[in-house]
Write a protein of this length. Structure first.
Length: 387
């Protein structure tokens, strides 16, 4: 009988799980790999929508739950949340019997999970490295996780090249495409279906809106959200489906402003704690445009052929397909970008652009590579000087 390699899969947020979902599905059909789901962060928080319910709806049972305090959004609170992930995972690892630990992206919880794996010599498998997001602390976290990781799976070749610049060995860095391609393909639907999912009226159309604090901006999160919402308020002819921000530093100010904005526009604004990975992906494929500063506006929206307005510098440095309109976070600039995004001619540009970030086979490629991997001593890795 073939012994299956036990691959821990760490997830702490709604967006991360949506991107990991097709990889989990591919591993679940593998005769050589056994995914071991580790769930933490806002998945376990009632206040943040307790998206563990979505994981359970997928008929997946986590091997372990790692709760975090989530008592606030000040830097000390975020550090405490990271400490809880590190300590909780560190306590669990001896009993999980893992051969490797998979994680995706650049959240603070991901860095804590990676740090927990290091003392155990557990190889880290990192997805979606090599990006740049110069407007957020996520940028530093992502590169730090890269340096802690043994294997890397990137969405595009420029991201692979950036990881190589960090001294990683070429035979450990793979351009596989983004797992979001398969997620979006599977979720594609129409406005009427999304309206039924959300139990609301979305005629004559809607925008999908998410705004997170830009953690390295000179402007405070409170001022950021005020400027953004002033521009968004110029939209009068469409519904606004808004999801609340992640538990980042400064998120409470954003949440408070969104509450006020929604209460003043009860017939136009639908404010959700979280749509969950499946409903969010479906809404993204059926909306008129994605607006805000979420990575979904520069990754998933272009894959779906949907225009997006990317506000401020949070996503600066990422690859931006033609359907992405960048604008500074000023009310007039946001309003102007929205007008352009909703122009029928621009909508055609978005729909006709070449498919970015791969062909949808990323999960299969990742699993094929892992099935051929010897995890013994994989955590012992070289540093390649590139000069």
């Amino acid at each position: 009988m073939t012994v299956r390699a036990r691959i821990g899969v760490f997830t702490a947020t709604r967006a991360e799980y949506g991107l990991l979902r097709p990889v989990l599905a591919a591993m679940e059909t593998s005769a050589r790999l056994e995914p071991v789901l580790i769930v933490s962060g806002t998945h376990l928080s009632e206040r943040h929508g307790r998206t563990l319910s979505e994981i359970e709806a997928d008929r997946r049972t986590p091997a372990i739950l790692i709760p975090v305090p989530l008592n606030g959004n000040a830097p000390a609170d975020v550090a405490a949340d990271m400490a809880a992930v590190l300590a909780g995972l560190g306590a669990a690892l001896p009993d999980l019997g893992l051969d490797a630990l998979m994680m995706l992206g650049d959240r603070t919880e991901v860095l804590a999970a990676a740090a927990a794996a290091v003392p155990f010599g557990l190889p880290i498998l990192h997805l979606e490295g090599g990006h740049r997001t110069t407007g957020a602390v996520d940028d530093a976290i992502r590169h730090a996780v890269t340096k802690l990781s043994a294997l890397h799976f990137t969405a595009a070749e420029p991201y692979r090249q950036r990881i190589l610049q960090l001294g990683e060995a070429p035979d450990r860095v793979f351009t596989v495409g983004s797992t979001a391609v398969e997620t979006i393909r599977a979720a594609r639907t129409d406005r009427a279906t999304v309206a039924r999912m959300l139990e609301t009226d979305l005629e004559p159309g809607f925008l999908l809106v998410t705004f997170h604090p830009e953690t390295l901006a000179a402007m405070s999160p409170a001022d950021q959200i005020v400027a953004f919402l002033a521009g968004l308020a110029t939209v009068k002819d469409r519904k606004l489906v808004i999801t609340r921000p992640n538990a980042d530093v400064g998120s409470e100010a954003v949440r408070a402003a969104l509450d006020t904005f929604a209460s003043e526009r009860p017939d136009q604004v639908m404010l959700h704690e979280s749509l969950g990975a499946a409903r969010y992906a479906a809404a993204l494929t059926a909306c008129d445009a994605v607006v805000g500063n979420s990575s979904s506006g520069v990754i998933e929206a272009p894959i779906a052929g949907v225009p997006s307005v990317n506000v401020g510098g949070r996503q600066d440095g990422r690859i931006k397909p033609p359907s992405v309109i960048d604008c500074v976070n000023r009310p007039d600039a946001v309003a102007e970008a929205l007008t352009r995004a909703l122009d029928p001619a621009f909508i055609k540009v978005a729909r006709r652009q070449l498919a970015p970030f791969g062909d949808g086979d990323a999960p299969k490629r990742i699993v094929t590579i892992l099935e051929a991997t010897d995890f013994t001593d994989l955590a012992r890795k070289p540093f390649v000087d590139r000069y």
